[in-house]
Design a protein around this ligand. Structure first.
Ligand SMILES: C[S@@+](CC[C@H](N)C(=O)[O-])C[C@H]1O[C@@H](n2cnc3c(N)ncnc32)[C@H](O)[C@@H]1O
Length: 269
């Protein structure tokens, strides 16, 4: 595998998070493919300082994004699915895609080359090598089909202006659809910069974060909030290890506190 740029290499954080979740006694996501890739490449996840709770949160939010995409594709079998900043994730393999749906994974060129080397062909045949801060890549996508768009761990690497422009382009391209991404509160941005888990991506993140899930509705009037998914309140918490489950259940009482942690924001347009 060719050397990835530091930005591209951010994919290890989420991939290893899902791999570690898969190795836990009660996986939340059970991403065997992530586990397989980490083992096969011999990547040493210890340098990422991933705590069990960080790994679990990564797996949990991936599961929430899978659910959004899976529900949309079940209701719109002719739709298009997009994973923005897909890394080495094989979300399309975790979902049961209707045969009439098409799934596109978009990431920077080094990542797309690595996907083609490491993932089964079924997970890569619509891969697009592109910088999401540009617009020409959208020309490769149909304009006349609804779309479900997910971005897992991406927006931290975009400036607010870049994210707004990206959302504008997506909303303008498709006739309608849904968009979901994990949110970052200003606290989460601060914590990422000061916690050892964020060390590998220090200096690469640009997003300032926001707390109010309605903020993107002001960026683009076609976006409407479907749900602010506060992961502390999701059913998978029942499967968390005891101490983490207790702490998470306590945090769940406060939306303000929950919002500072693992959140998935889901919009329609
Ligand atoms: C933390 S990783 C998440 C990867 C994947 N979504 C996952 O959950 O494993 C962030 C990903 O965003 C990609 N990325 C960051 N900025 C990008 C940009 N401007 N255009 C395309 N991809 C970008 C990186 O290359 C990396 O693969």
């Amino acid at each position: 595998m060719k050397t990835l740029t530091p930005l591209e290499a951010s994919l290890w954080l989420t991939l290893c998070g899902r791999a570690l979740d898969n190795r836990s006694p009660r996986p939340i996501l059970g991403d065997a493919m992530a586990d397989r890739i980490v083992r096969e490449t011999g990547y040493d996840h210890r340098e990422l300082h991933l705590t069990p709770s960080a790994a679990l949160n990564i797996a949990h939010r991936a599961k929430k994004l899978d659910e959004v995409a899976g529900r949309f594709l079940a209701a719109h079998p002719g739709a298009v699915g997009l994973d923005l900043g897909a890394g080495l994730d094989s979300r399309a393999l975790r979902l049961t895609l209707p045969p009439t749906a098409d799934w596109y994974d978009v990431d920077l060129p080094g990542v797309i080359a690595a996907r083609r080397e490491l993932l089964p062909e079924a997970a890569t045949h619509h891969d697009i090598a592109a910088d999401l801060t540009t617009s020409a890549w959208l020309d490769a996508l149909p304009r006349d089909r609804p779309a479900v768009i997910v971005a897992d761990g991406l927006i931290a690497f975009l400036s607010e202006r870049e994210l707004i422009a990206l959302l504008d382009r997506l909303v303008g391209h498709f006739p309608g659809g849904e968009i979901a991404f994990n949110g970052y509160s200003p606290f989460a941005v601060w914590a990422q910069r000061h916690h050892p888990v964020g060390r590998s991506i220090a200096g690469l993140t640009k997003f300032p974060g926001f707390d109010d899930p309605h903020v993107p509705e002001h960026w683009n009037p076609r976006l409407g909030l479907v749900k602010e998914i506060l992961c502390t309140r999701e059913p998978e918490v029942a499967d968390f290890p005891p101490v983490l489950r207790l702490v998470t259940r306590l945090a769940a009482h406060s939306a303000a506190l929950s919002r500072k942690g693992n959140v998935v924001l889901h919009y329609r347009f």
